[in-house]
Design a protein around this ligand. Sequence first.
Ligand code: ATP
Length: 326
Amino acid sequence: MSVKKIAVLTSGGDAPGMNAAIRAVVRTCAYHNVEVLGVYRGYQGMIEGDFVELNARSVRDTINKGGTFLKSARSKEFRTPEGRKKAYENLKKSGADALIVIGGDGSFTGALLFNEEFNFPVMGIPGTIDNDIYGTSHTLGYDTALNTAVEAIDKIRDTASSHDRMFFIEVMGRDAGFIALNTGIGVGAERILIPEENTTAEELLADIEKGYAKGKTSNIIIVAEGDKSGKNVFQLKEYVESKHPGFDIRVAILGHMQRGGAPSCYDRVLASRMGVKAVETLLEGKSNYMVGVNNDVIDLTPLEKAIKGGSKLDMELVRVAEIMSV
Ligand code: ATP
C-alpha cells in the first residue's frame, strides 16, 4: 500500500530542532505530493484526536525556533492497550496511513508497540538533548544544548577566576554523561562527574587537593544530574567545605535553560536531513526504523535496536578530559 498521508508528532522532553524536523517532514511531503497531519501534544493528542492539517506554508518561520509548535507531552494513557486503540482509531479516521515520531527512546517504544498492534507504519527521528540514543552520533537538540551550556559556564568561569572560587555546576544527563563530558572539555573544567563512572566524593576531593598543590586557584567541576558519587551538587559543596573550610565554593544548576533556545545551525541542518530521510523511507514502503547520523552520513537503525542499544559514550573523551586537567 502506498503512503498518502503522514502524521507527525513530537513526544517526551522537548528539544531544539524539533520544529526544524517537523518543517522538514512537512516540506518533504509537499515535495512528494503527500498530505501531512500534525498531531498536537504527542501521543495524548493522538488519543484525543487533536490534529491539524499542515502544508508547506504552515511551517514558515519555524526553523529558527526552540521547543515544538506541535507541543509535546507524556501520555500515561498511551501506555495502555485501550489508549493505543483510541489513538489508532482517530488516526485511521483522519486518513493518515503512516506516523513519524520525533522523540526519545520512550517515544520509540510506544511507536514500536503501535506498529506491532495495528500494523501501522512508523518512523522515528531522535529528538532529545541527552544524546542517549543508540544508532546516531547526534540526537536533535544535543549540539544546541552543548553550546548553551558552554556559553553559560564561560560566564560563570569569569567569576570563578576573578574571585578564586570553586563552582560545582550541574548539567542535564540522568543516565548519560554526553552533555557533562563534552561541555566539561569545552569549558576547560577541572573535573567532570558522569553517570558512566563511579567517582566517589573522596576521589574528587583528592583530585581537587592535587590541583591546588599544582597551583590551580579556581575550579570548575561539572556534575551530570545522574552522577554516581551519591551526592548532589549541594552535598558535594558541603563535603568539600567540611574538609577545607577556607575554600570559597558556589553551586550553579543550569537546569531547563539547556533545553530551550534557537537551534544551532548543526541541529537545523541535521533536522532537515533527518526529516527528508524519514519521509522518503516511508514512501519506499519501509517501517520501524530510526533515522540517525553516523560519520556525517544519514542512515537507518531498526527502532528495536535504537531502543535497546545502550550508551555509546566515547571513553577516549574521558581520557582527553583527564589529560586536559593536568
Ligand atoms: P526523553 O528522552 O526526553 O525523556 P522519551 O521519548 O524517552 O523522551 P518518555 O517520557 O519516556 O520520553 O516517553 C514519551 C511517551 O512515550 C510517554 O509519555 C508514553 O506516552 C510513550 N511511551 C513511553 N514508553 C512507553 C511504553 N513502554 N509503552 C507505550 N508507550 C510508551
